[in-house]
Design a protein around this ligand. Structure first.
Ligand code: 5GP
Length: 120
Protein backbone atom coordinates (compact mmCIF):
# COMPACT_ATOMS: atom_id res chain seq x y z
CA UNK A 1 0.00 0.00 0.00
CA UNK A 2 1.40 3.36 -1.01
CA UNK A 3 1.70 5.86 1.81
CA UNK A 4 0.60 9.37 0.88
CA UNK A 5 3.09 12.16 1.43
CA UNK A 6 2.07 14.61 4.17
CA UNK A 7 3.44 18.01 3.21
CA UNK A 8 2.95 19.23 6.79
CA UNK A 9 5.60 16.86 8.17
CA UNK A 10 8.41 18.50 10.10
CA UNK A 11 11.09 17.94 7.46
CA UNK A 12 8.87 19.38 4.73
CA UNK A 13 8.62 22.50 6.91
CA UNK A 14 12.41 22.52 7.38
CA UNK A 15 12.85 22.20 3.58
CA UNK A 16 10.54 25.17 3.01
CA UNK A 17 12.32 27.18 5.69
CA UNK A 18 9.20 27.40 7.86
CA UNK A 19 11.07 25.81 10.76
CA UNK A 20 14.70 26.64 11.51
CA UNK A 21 17.44 24.04 11.26
CA UNK A 22 21.22 24.02 11.50
CA UNK A 23 21.84 23.36 7.83
CA UNK A 24 25.25 22.00 6.83
CA UNK A 25 24.73 21.14 3.15
CA UNK A 26 22.54 21.89 0.16
CA UNK A 27 22.63 20.93 -3.50
CA UNK A 28 20.07 20.45 -6.29
CA UNK A 29 18.48 17.34 -4.82
CA UNK A 30 19.26 17.24 -1.09
CA UNK A 31 19.85 19.17 2.10
CA UNK A 32 21.49 18.12 5.36
CA UNK A 33 21.12 19.52 8.87
CA UNK A 34 21.92 18.63 12.47
CA UNK A 35 19.56 16.28 14.27
CA UNK A 36 17.81 18.17 17.09
CA UNK A 37 18.45 15.30 19.53
CA UNK A 38 21.95 14.04 18.63
CA UNK A 39 22.84 10.44 19.46
CA UNK A 40 26.55 10.92 18.66
CA UNK A 41 29.00 13.88 18.61
CA UNK A 42 28.12 14.23 14.92
CA UNK A 43 24.52 13.37 14.04
CA UNK A 44 23.30 14.75 10.74
CA UNK A 45 20.18 14.08 8.68
CA UNK A 46 20.28 14.07 4.89
CA UNK A 47 16.96 14.43 3.09
CA UNK A 48 15.98 14.63 -0.57
CA UNK A 49 14.26 17.83 -1.71
CA UNK A 50 11.57 15.76 -3.41
CA UNK A 51 8.43 14.62 -1.61
CA UNK A 52 9.21 11.02 -0.65
CA UNK A 53 7.85 9.32 2.45
CA UNK A 54 10.62 6.78 2.95
CA UNK A 55 13.48 4.84 1.40
CA UNK A 56 10.83 2.49 0.00
CA UNK A 57 8.89 5.30 -1.67
CA UNK A 58 12.08 6.97 -2.94
CA UNK A 59 13.65 3.83 -4.37
CA UNK A 60 10.39 2.92 -6.12
CA UNK A 61 9.39 6.33 -7.54
CA UNK A 62 12.30 8.75 -7.76
CA UNK A 63 14.02 9.47 -11.09
CA UNK A 64 17.49 7.96 -11.42
CA UNK A 65 19.09 11.41 -11.36
CA UNK A 66 17.56 12.15 -7.95
CA UNK A 67 18.61 8.77 -6.57
CA UNK A 68 22.16 9.16 -7.82
CA UNK A 69 22.30 12.74 -6.57
CA UNK A 70 20.99 11.78 -3.15
CA UNK A 71 23.53 8.98 -2.71
CA UNK A 72 26.31 11.37 -3.72
CA UNK A 73 24.94 13.98 -1.30
CA UNK A 74 25.06 11.55 1.63
CA UNK A 75 28.70 10.81 0.84
CA UNK A 76 29.52 14.50 0.43
CA UNK A 77 27.92 15.38 3.77
CA UNK A 78 29.99 12.78 5.62
CA UNK A 79 33.13 13.87 3.77
CA UNK A 80 32.53 17.55 4.57
CA UNK A 81 32.00 16.63 8.23
CA UNK A 82 35.43 14.98 8.31
CA UNK A 83 34.02 11.54 9.03
CA UNK A 84 35.62 9.46 6.30
CA UNK A 85 38.97 8.72 7.92
CA UNK A 86 37.64 7.91 11.40
CA UNK A 87 34.58 6.24 9.91
CA UNK A 88 30.87 6.71 10.40
CA UNK A 89 27.48 5.02 10.23
CA UNK A 90 24.48 5.53 7.97
CA UNK A 91 20.97 4.58 9.04
CA UNK A 92 17.55 4.83 7.45
CA UNK A 93 14.45 3.91 9.43
CA UNK A 94 11.53 2.77 7.30
CA UNK A 95 7.95 2.50 8.50
CA UNK A 96 6.47 1.32 11.74
CA UNK A 97 8.74 -1.57 12.69
CA UNK A 98 11.72 0.51 11.48
CA UNK A 99 10.74 3.22 14.02
CA UNK A 100 10.46 5.95 11.40
CA UNK A 101 9.02 9.00 13.16
CA UNK A 102 9.14 11.62 10.42
CA UNK A 103 7.45 10.64 7.13
CA UNK A 104 9.98 12.27 4.79
CA UNK A 105 12.94 10.10 3.75
CA UNK A 106 16.01 10.83 5.85
CA UNK A 107 19.38 9.16 6.21
CA UNK A 108 21.06 9.53 9.60
CA UNK A 109 24.82 10.14 9.58
CA UNK A 110 26.49 9.27 12.91
CA UNK A 111 30.13 9.80 13.81
CA UNK A 112 32.63 11.46 16.07
CA UNK A 113 33.11 8.52 18.43
CA UNK A 114 33.54 4.76 18.15
CA UNK A 115 29.96 3.63 17.60
CA UNK A 116 30.18 0.05 18.73
CA UNK A 117 27.87 -2.62 17.34
CA UNK A 118 24.59 -1.93 15.56
CA UNK A 119 22.11 0.34 17.25
CA UNK A 120 18.94 -1.34 18.42
P1 5GP B 1 13.43 8.68 12.65
O1 5GP B 1 13.10 7.94 13.90
O2 5GP B 1 12.20 9.15 11.90
O3 5GP B 1 14.41 7.95 11.77
O4 5GP B 1 14.25 9.95 13.10
C1 5GP B 1 13.73 11.24 13.16
C2 5GP B 1 14.84 12.12 13.67
O5 5GP B 1 14.47 13.46 13.47
C3 5GP B 1 15.14 11.96 15.17
O6 5GP B 1 16.50 11.62 15.34
C4 5GP B 1 14.79 13.34 15.75
O7 5GP B 1 15.68 13.73 16.78
C5 5GP B 1 14.89 14.24 14.55
N1 5GP B 1 14.01 15.40 14.60
C6 5GP B 1 12.69 15.39 14.93
N2 5GP B 1 12.19 16.63 14.86
C7 5GP B 1 13.20 17.43 14.45
C8 5GP B 1 13.30 18.83 14.20
O8 5GP B 1 12.33 19.59 14.30
N3 5GP B 1 14.51 19.31 13.80
C9 5GP B 1 15.61 18.50 13.66
N4 5GP B 1 16.75 19.08 13.27
N5 5GP B 1 15.55 17.17 13.90
C10 5GP B 1 14.36 16.66 14.29
Amino acid sequence: ATQLYDDQNIFAKILRGEIPSKRVYEDDVAIAFHDINPQAPTHLLVIPKGAYVSWDDFSARAPDVEIAGFIRAVGAVARAAGLVEPGYRLLANIGQDGHQEVPHLHVHVFGGRPLGPMLT
